[in-house]
Design a protein around this ligand. Structure first.
Ligand SMILES: CCCCC/C=C\CCCC/C=C/C(=O)SCCNC(=O)CCNC(=O)[C@H](O)C(C)(C)COP(=O)(O)OP(=O)(O)OC[C@H]1O[C@@H](n2cnc3c(N)ncnc32)[C@H](O)[C@@H]1OP(=O)(O)O
Length: 657
């Protein structure tokens, strides 16, 4: 509800959720379905311009699913749509008054709020908006528009807006996610990420009731004391709970940084001692197998991962995963302090010294296994007989994907099937007849949501197609970064809608064209062809064929290859130095000196590597670049020099990538 629903401040040019990072190729919206027809406001080429962004202002309001100016739905219905999305479809009437999705006006001062961390929709960042701090209703209410990735390349859960409330007594600021922010007078940092400048707030005593802690004791800060049903002993929907995945959640406070004790609210016991936060040490969230308020099917919450005997409980011993083996920490360039020194935070590292951590969660239709050591999850469709994409399936798909998206340990997903011989039979045909109009709308919305989430995922996505994959099943594979298919000629794949007497929606078509090219797509769509695996490979519909028994290994190998790349795979992030208005770049691991940076999802000061178009480079006046890079896996260490604060100006000059 807080996204960009009315009242929308004048400085928000359009909905923040329209800042997704793909280019639009099709019309803004499809006509005539009567439902939210999110247009494919971007398409992608095989070269996968993952980090490229277009500024929000280039997208018409109608494009944005949170738009309040829907000519189709009208303001009221559009408002409901906003609510639906922000509250994960929870009917408004069923939500407690404390639901963060209920109207909290943008101008409302934050009073003792904590915790929407991990709760909002996953919104992508965009150039020019990431990390911008805007003045709010009062001089100390600042709203951060978009949060994308921190300097380590980890996704930061993007609450659509974040309000920062200064706590001058403690010299720190609290945002509406309950995270402590440190301020340096020139800008703010959240989790070590520079989030913007903004006016220096005047001191004011602000009653605060809770805070996000680094795990440990205290009143479950990430749940938000007043916001989460589970916090009050009620039912916490897996959808609303920011810590839906066993003790994970989002740690926004810098690890190991000194943090002030929060002022206590009357009647609320003060939280316990602050301890370093570690996923392994995080306290279990309250388990609520089902939510009475959720319209979704029961969604069992996984148990917390067991605390390894190797890891003594906090706070006596620092988290072993928080410390950087010296050999993995690249030396900063002269004059640049690593973030860990500058802000008292240890860089995030791959947990290689520890035994591999595996987590799994499952719902009725999808089994998800996360190998934390590799940063790769496998989503296995398990909805027999044919993995048809029913509303339930689609819903669970989106939930699972979002959980992974919000999990910093996960950087890639392999999609495959647990049903023999079938990857997915496509949209569930029984959902498309004999149902109410509302059901059709909901179903179609879910189809689009699935596609958008997958397409716009920040994770590397690999489809391991181990069976037939017609229509919607094919779309899932097409939407991934890479497709590997079992080389069984009995397995076929394609958009066969024409054979059913229906037309593949234009965004199915666009996705198909992007992969196989125009002419092949044209004839294949007209004939409704289902291509046997060898033919699918020949026309480029799948990238490679492997024997079925090797599919998993090959998918894993491909994933590793992708994850090793700079950028989306997240291995390399650059912190640029800005001197005299010029960006200077020094090469880095896997990065050529002189190759440049993007104004993509990195946000202010965090520039993703290797995706800057020539035009943007020219606009930035970026000649001879010098940057400090650090592999994401080794944690990005680098301190932005003061001159870096000039970057927002450069961003606006660039107008996006
Ligand atoms: C609501 C608003 C919508 C707006 C509409 C706007 C535009 C419409 C276009 C939308 C784009 C459409 C995309 C789609 O995905 S449409 C679905 C296309 N899918 C297919 O054509 C697949 C058809 N199925 C098969 O080809 C085969 O079943 C198979 C997947 C190759 C598996 O074969 P096999 O192992 O021999 O299994 P069976 O054929 O015996 O099937 C087993 C049972 O599964 C049922 N089944 C199969 N596919 C579906 C499906 N897509 N949806 C629901 N149910 C399905 C099949 O009926 C069998 O059930 P039974 O045992 O009870 O008979």
């Amino acid at each position: 509800m807080r996204c960009c629903s009315p009242p929308r401040p004048a400085w928000v040019p359009t909905c923040s959720s329209s800042t997704r990072s793909r280019r639009s190729t099709g019309p803004a919206r499809a006509a005539g379905t009567g439902a939210w027809d999110w247009p494919p406001w971007r398409s992608r080429s095989r070269s996968r311009q993952r980090g490229s962004t277009i500024p929000a202002m280039l997208l018409p309001d109608a494009v944005c699913p949170h738009s309040t100016a829907s000519p189709r739905l009208g303001p009221r219905a559009a408002g409901d749509e906003v609510h639906r999305r922000c509250c994960r479809g929870q009917p408004r009437e069923l939500l407690p008054a404390s639901c963060p999705g209920m109207a909290v006006p943008l101008g409302e001062p934050e009073r003792g709020r904590a915790g929407r961390a991990g709760q909002g929709r996953t919104e992508r960042g965009s150039a020019g908006q990431d990390g911008m701090v805007q003045g709010g209703a009062g001089p100390w209410d600042h709203r951060i528009i978009k949060v994308g990735k921190d300097p380590q390349g980890h996704r930061v859960q993007p609450a659509p807006t974040t309000t920062i409330t200064p706590n001058p007594e403690q010299g720190a600021w609290l945002n509406n996610k309950g995270a402590w922010l440190s301020g340096n007078g020139r800008g703010l940092t959240e989790g070590g990420w520079l989030i913007g400048g903004g006016p220096t707030p005047r001191p004011r005593r602000v009653p605060l009731t809770s805070r996000a802690g680094n795990g440990g004791s205290g009143p479950r800060p990430l749940h938000g004391a007043d916001r989460c049903g589970a916090q009050r002993g009620g039912a916490c929907s897996a959808l609303l709970c920011p810590r839906g995945w066993g003790g994970g959640g989002l740690a926004t406070a810098p690890r190991g940084s000194p943090s002030p004790p929060p002022p206590a609210r009357r009647g609320v016991p003060p939280p316990g001692p602050r301890v370093p936060r570690c996923p392994l040490h995080a306290p279990c969230p309250p388990v609520s197998p089902t939510s009475p308020v959720s319209p979704y099917p029961p969604y069992p919450r996984p148990p917390c991962p067991p605390i390894s005997p190797h890891i003594p409980p906090p706070p006596q011993t620092p988290c072993p995963r928080g410390a950087a083996p010296p050999h993995l920490t690249p030396p900063p360039p002269p004059g640049v302090l690593p973030l860990s020194q500058a802000w008292g935070r240890a860089p995030r590292l791959p947990p290689s010294p520890l035994p591999a951590q595996r987590r799994a969660f499952s719902n009725n239709k999808i089994l998800v296994e996360l190998d934390e050591s590799a940063g790769v999850a496998t989503m296995k469709f398990k909805s027999p007989p044919v993995n048809s994409l029913s509303l339930d399936f689609l819903t669970e798909f989106c939930i699972s994907l979002e959980k992974l998206e919000n999990d910093r340990a996960c950087r890639g997903v392999i999609l495959t099937s647990a049903v023999p011989k079938i990857f997915s039979s496509g949209l569930d045909i029984t959902e498309m007849c004999g149902k109410s109009t509302e059901h059709y709308a909901e179903f179609w919305r879910a189809v689009q949501e699935m596609w958008l989430r997958l397409y716009s995922s920040n994770m590397v996505t690999v489809a391991a197609v181990n069976g037939s994959s017609p229509a919607g099943g094919c779309l899932i594979a097409l939407t991934c970064d890479y497709r590997i298919m079992a080389e069984n000629p009995k397995f076929s794949i394609g958009l066969n809608e024409a054979q059913l007497g229906i037309v593949a929606p234009f965004w199915f078509k666009d996705t198909f064209v992007n992969v196989v090219g125009h002419r092949v797509a044209e004839s294949s769509l007209q004939l409704g062809s289902l291509h046997p695996a060898p033919e699918a490979h020949r026309i480029g519909l799948v990238d490679e064929l492997v024997p079925e028994e090797k599919l998993k290994d090959r998918a894993t190998a491909v994933m590793q290859q992708w994850l090793a790349l700079p950028g989306k795979g997240g291995t390399s992030w650059a912190v640029t130095e800005c001197r005299n208005g010029d960006l200077t770049c020094v090469g880095g691991p896997g990065i050529e000196a002189g190759s440049c940076v993007s104004v993509g999802t990195g946000g202010v000061g965090g520039w993703e590597v290797g995706k800057l178009s020539k035009a943007v480079r020219a606009a930035l006046g970026c000649e001879g670049c010098a940057w400090h890079t650090a592999g994401r896996s080794a944690g990005c260490a680098g301190r932005l020099p003061p001159a870096q604060l000039a970057v927002p100006a450069l961003l606006s000059r660039a107008g996006g990538a």
